[in-house]
Design a protein around this ligand. Structure first.
Ligand SMILES: Cc1cc2nc3c(=O)[nH]c(=O)nc-3n(C[C@H](O)[C@H](O)[C@H](O)COP(=O)(O)OP(=O)(O)OC[C@H]3O[C@@H](n4cnc5c(N)ncnc54)[C@H](O)[C@@H]3O)c2cc1C
Length: 470
């Protein structure tokens, strides 16, 4: 039966708050419409039960992509085009990017949203297996506030979800810990784009010491909901990939899925293809160099790119001494070469606050001494102490008179500027350093702060190079 437009009402409040208030006032009466690429198909087919539509298209609150050190938060109103264009999505969540690239054609990608794909809840939807393997969580919002739940629990049955009638999906959050995993996506259908999949797979894995250290596998069109293949993952985790394991993995996958016959395919065909896709993924994981090894990425950087956030911060902190610097450097991972590392450090350093700079200054010993600054005693790492000793090697060999003069000048500097004197000492003799110190005592406070910051920038660059060279 054809739909009559006059039977429908469409409103477009301008804020998220106004929309959730409306949903709360008349729960189940108003249906949100985002890009409309599913809703309008239902409308055209005369299968849209709701008569009242509230537009959430292009709401700023839903169209943001936020990147923190630990996760990426994609607004539910982001389109596939937004996802395709986002640098961090492309670099760290390539499975989501691939799904965005083959969801319909360009027009559909400009309108269709990730939130619409989630709530439409088709078991054949392309982006949903990717969300499963990235351990996504959803933030749902209503007048009652926000709640966060694991995406894997969201679909409770065919086209059924945990979304309450007064709620919207606000965003999808994914942890930033999969860089360095080998990732694999395949859509089996009439075509990649402009066709609904018969079976699709998104999978991630990492091999260490010859065994599957970690693996995440999800599939679409093989069950009433997009399915994470937990049993199959358990079967292969901790084992070396050989022909016996491939056989076991195929069996586990076929036992785990619940495919059906429909107009696009048969259950038998889907089961055979699902088994093949799991085997194909494991074969590629085994034979291809994992992304983590990163073509041309030095092992020290490749390893650091993969470390958990705390460990990565701890590792790089001695190069600078400022925790804010270390945190921001970690947030910029993956860094792929020395030039990128050094450029990231320079940019990060320049954008720190004065108190971050101070923290860095006070992680050094005084020139000519081996302990840290007197102002904010802290215990520098063994690495930082060792580097300081190398940097100040020439001062240790200086004549006694120069050392005494340096100690006097240091004290004068500290009285005047209330902080330790910072100089990039590498390659400089003690008399040279003394001359620099005396000259800088003439500086006004602002000039001297920037001079010290520049010296610290140089020290950090030298330490980063040493660390990078291993
Ligand atoms: C030509 C064409 C090709 C397509 N190709 C593919 C494909 O290859 N792969 C694929 O997976 N899909 C495909 N689709 C389906 C569709 O484009 C996607 O599912 C899309 O992501 C839906 O997003 P939307 O914003 O258009 O959703 P809408 O149609 O606006 O909404 C869909 C449903 O989600 C609800 N909703 C939307 N956003 C929210 C929110 N933030 N909170 C709560 N509820 C919400 C709506 O109420 C509605 O029930 C195709 C569609 C068309 C028309």
């Amino acid at each position: 039966m054809r739909s009559n437009p006059s039977d429908y009402e469409l409103i477009a409040p301008s804020s998220l708050h106004a929309i959730v208030s409306l949903l709360a006032k008349e729960p189940g009466v108003w249906v949100p419409i985002a890009g409309g690429t599913d809703v309008m198909v239902q409308y055209a087919a005369g299968k849209l039960p709701a008569r009242k539509l509230v537009s959430i298209w292009n709401l700023p609150e839903l169209r943001r992509i936020e990147v923190t050190t630990s996760e990426i938060r994609v607004g539910a109103g982001c389109t596939y085009t937004d996802l395709r264009r986002h640098e961090v999505v492309g670099r760290e969540f390539s499975l989501l990017r691939s799904a965005a690239c083959w969801t319909g054609g360009v027009a559909n990608q400009n309108r269709g949203t990730i939130g619409g794909n989630i709530v439409n809840a088709s078991p054949a939807a392309d982006s949903l297996p990717a969300l499963l393997v990235y351990d996504a969580e959803l933030i749902l919002v209503s007048v009652r506030g926000e709640r966060r739940l694991p995406y894997i629990s969201f679909h409770t049955g065919y086209k059924k979800t945990l979304l309450a009638t007064d709620e919207l999906v606000q965003s999808v959050c994914m942890p930033r810990r999969f860089w360095g995993y080998f990732s694999h996506a395949r859509k089996v259908g009439a075509r990649n784009a402009q066709a609904i999949s018969k079976v699709c797979i998104a999978a991630l894995g990492r091999i260490a010491d010859g065994v599957v250290e970690d693996v995440h596998i999800a599939m679409g069109s093989v069950a009433p909901v997009p399915l994470r293949l937990m049993e199959t993952e358990r079967t292969v985790r901790g084992k070396a990939i050989d022909s016996d394991l491939l056989l076991l993995a195929r069996k586990a996958a076929v036992a785990e899925i619940r495919p059906i016959d429909d107009i696009r395919s048969t259950a038998r065909y889907r089961a055979a293809v699902a088994g093949n896709l799991v085997v194909e993924f494991l074969n590629r994981l085994n034979s291809e160099r994992a992304d983590s090894e990163g073509e041309g990425v030095r092992p020290v950087l490749a390893r650091w790119n993969r470390l958990p956030i705390d460990k990565a911060m701890q590792t790089i902190l001695p190069c600078c001494g400022s925790k804010a610097w270390a945190q921001r450097m970690v947030a910029r991972r993956p860094l792929t070469d020395e030039a990128a590392l050094l450029a990231a450090s320079n940019e990060t350093w320049r954008n720190l606050t004065r108190s971050d700079w101070m923290e860095s200054f006070h992680s050094h010993p005084r020139i000519g001494e081996s302990r840290t600054s007197f102002l904010e005693p802290q215990s520098p790492s063994a690495q930082s102490v060792e580097w300081s000793a190398q940097e100040q090697r020439n001062v240790g060999d200086a004549e006694a008179a120069v050392k005494i003069a340096l100690a006097h000048a240091n004290r004068e500097y500290e009285r005047r500027f209330n902080r330790i004197f910072i100089v990039c000492a590498t390659g400089k003799s003690a008399p040279e350093i003394l001359e620099i110190l005396r000259r800088r005592l003439e500086n006004d406070e602002e000039t001297e702060l920037h001079e010290a910051a520049e010296q610290q920038r140089q020290i950090t660059q030298i330490r980063l190079r040493k660390w990078f060279q291993g």
